[in-house]
Design a protein around this ligand. Structure first.
Ligand SMILES: Cc1cc2nc3c(=O)[nH]c(=O)nc-3n(C[C@H](O)[C@H](O)[C@H](O)COP(=O)(O)O)c2cc1C
Length: 623
């Protein structure tokens, strides 16, 4: 039980540093943040409003934008007076448009028959979408209302005519999509004007666009931009319904404003901030109060104290991490599979050809790999990220193209990456964490693919554990004795060449790491900064966790060791990290497979905190 105790001690130490919960700038917020004018309580505008606008009028403009909502629930059936609908349509019609082409038309639908047939089309699309979702998402989706076609007295179809204004429409010649963009602006005007009238608007995009054109008898040359359900409502929620349902989170403004060049993020009046430094600054220890509540609650749950063993530590960790007891159930979850190639492949460290990395990426995207089967079983999403695959990969749904370079350099002859490249790859991981968490994921899992990457993992682990390369270099995909000797020698030579300094984790990554290792470092740091648990997969994740810990020791607050792989380096890494793996089945595949198997354990322990009765509530006598 040494690991278990050690981890419990770590948490106590971390937890001793009690914190005042506070929404920070970098949190994708359930709660408003000061930096986000969309959610913050009405900010007092500084300076005079424009000529012709007094302060109250300026505030009214901002207020209607803040308080506009997409509405699907709570519609009243009372009709919309003609003059009200006219005002709303006039607002739409004053929208800006490319070359002043005014490409929109508005088809106002009141007929119950037409609405019923549109409703049927939308229901079919809803079913198809539901079937395409990972189980963890599908459960959530089942509870969501996504249209109010039959509940609203008026539906409005907004179209774009891509031919309006003729061949020489100013501005559309370079970008044909400017026509539908213009119609979308008309929708926003309509939406805002409707809000000020107390009319709710719900946009429905669950349609096959051509099917819709035919069903509505629209001229074939028109494009449908929006199908809107409009009617009076008694109230407008403060936050998007999808946020309230836990489907998504609002991204802070500070994530999306760049100064001069993309990546130099800064709000007006602030100095540009470094994504890595900002992320590290937001990583905090486990919250002592929630941690204490979790231990207390587990004692009162109807089971002998400590009877859930290791899982009790995990639920306490989840509580401390989320600052909530019971903690949120970590569902939905997503595994980020980072793929990259390795220059050290040239040293003959594996019999597998390098092309297999790209081929396996195609397999992940096609749903044919073990990680897909395991993800389907446990209801997780598979997100594949190309951070450094040697060949060009075709754009495919589910693939995030974030290639830093087409494979690292051979670490035995020079650094695998430049320091800047290593940092960029870490940032890819941070941004992946941000995207997945903002999209509503409540647990992140590490996955990776890269032929020859266990060589880089062994080198990283040797640096951070101080173990000899012979102790931490393993057979990876199952190499023979001769190749193992060569691989160990390669690791040794690389370390002798670079003499990496563990006090300079980015330098170590650059010298002997891989793009996917660096991206996993970013995923861990990003997850920790967002107080979201990250379940580690095998040896490469262990190597990445050592790097992440060297950058920000508190990152471990978010880390859960999913499994122990058959690679010897993994054990060394886990021991150094003080993490005890949940699953120990001699897996040595990578791809996130071990982390996926551990996911239901982590979810079960959080669910137990929610659902298991306490001795007092159940009337069970304690010993
Ligand atoms: C282009 C577009 C398409 C949308 N399609 C749908 C939809 O099919 N069903 C739905 O319930 N909401 C739809 N919405 C509404 C969004 O879910 C909503 O705008 C978002 O959750 C933010 O909430 P808010 O509009 O209340 O701020 C759509 C919004 C836009 C802009």
């Amino acid at each position: 039980e040494a690991g278990l105790l050690q981890q419990a001690d770590d948490m106590d130490t971390q937890g001793a540093d009690a914190e005042v919960p506070a929404a920070r700038d970098g949190d994708p917020a359930d709660t408003p943040t000061a930096a986000d004018p969309e959610t913050a309580a009405a900010p007092r505008p500084a300076g005079p409003a424009a000529p012709g606008y007094d302060d109250a009028e300026r505030e009214a403009v901002l207020k209607v934008m803040r308080e506009r909502r997409d509405i699907r629930n709570g519609f009243r059936s009372d009709p919309i007076p003609h003059e009200v609908l006219l005002r709303v349509l006039e607002a739409a019609h004053t929208a800006p448009s490319v070359g002043h082409s005014q490409p929109w038309d508005f088809v106002v639908i009141r007929s119950a028959d037409t609405r019923r047939s549109m409703h049927e089309l939308a229901m079919r699309q809803r079913d198809a979408y539901a079937k395409s979702l990972p189980k963890g998402r599908a459960k959530q989706f089942k509870e969501l209302k996504i249209e109010a076609i039959l509940d609203t007295p008026v539906n409005i179809v907004v179209t774009a005519d891509p031919t309006r204004g003729g061949r020489h429409t100013l501005g559309r010649h370079t970008q044909p999509q400017m026509a539908p963009y213009s119609s979308a602006l008309a929708v926003e005007n309509l939406w805002l004007a409707a809000r000020a009238e107390g009319l709710g608007v719900g946009w429905v995009s669950f349609f096959d666009e051509r099917e819709m054109v035919r069903a509505l008898g629209l001229p074939e040359h028109l494009e449908v931009v929006a199908y809107l359900c409009v009617g009076y409502v008694d109230e407008f929620p403060d936050e998007p319904e999808l946020m309230q349902a836990g489907w998504s989170k609002r991204r802070p403004l500070s994530w999306v404003v760049h100064e001069e060049t993309y990546g130099r993020r800064a709000l007006p009046g602030e100095d540009p901030h470094d994504l890595l430094a900002e992320t590290v600054a937001q990583i905090r220890p486990l919250d002592a109060k929630a941690l204490g509540e979790a231990w207390e609650r587990q004692k009162r749950m109807t089971k002998p104290a400590g009877a859930l063993g290791m899982l009790e530590i995990i639920s306490a960790q989840l509580s401390g991490l989320s600052r909530q007891c019971p903690p949120p159930i970590p569902e939905p979850a997503a595994v980020a599979v980072f793929a990259g190639d390795h220059g050290v492949h040239a040293q003959g460290v594996t019999p597998w050809p390098q092309e297999v990395t790209a081929q396996m990426v195609a397999n992940f995207l096609g749903g044919g790999a073990v990680c897909n089967a395991f993800a389907a079983q446990v209801g997780a999403e598979v997100c594949v990220v190309d951070v450094g695959v040697a060949s060009d990969l075709p754009a495919t749904p589910g693939l995030l193209p974030r290639k830093i370079r087409a494979g690292t350099s051979d670490m035995t002859t020079g650094p695998a990456m430049t320091r800047e490249e290593a940092k960029q790859a870490v940032e890819v991981g941070i941004e992946t964490a941000r995207d997945l968490v903002a999209a509503g994921n409540k647990a992140l899992l590490t996955g990776e693919m890269g032929i020859a990457n266990t060589t880089a993992s062994a080198a990283l682990i040797s640096v951070f554990t101080g173990a000899d390369p012979a102790e931490v270099t393993g057979r990876g995909t199952g190499i023979n004795d001769e190749t193992l000797v060569r691989k160990t020698d390669v690791v040794r030579r690389a370390l002798e060449h670079h003499r990496p300094d563990p006090a300079d984790p980015l330098g170590v990554l650059a010298a002997v790491g891989g793009f996917e290792h660096a991206a996993m470092v970013g995923l861990l740091l990003g997850g920790a900064s967002l107080r979201t648990p990250v379940i580690l997969d095998g040896v490469s994740a262990g190597a990445a966790a050592l790097v992440a810990r060297a950058i920000a020791p508190e990152v471990l607050a978010a880390c859960i060791a999913g499994h122990r792989s058959a690679e010897p380096g993994h054990v060394a890494a886990l021991n150094k990290l003080g993490l005890r793996p949940l699953v120990d089945l001699d897996l040595r595949l990578g791809e996130g497979t071990g982390a996926l198997l551990a996911l239901p354990l982590v979810q079960s322990t959080a669910r137990a905190m929610h659902e298991v009765a306490t001795f007092d509530s159940a009337g069970v006598t304690e010993k």
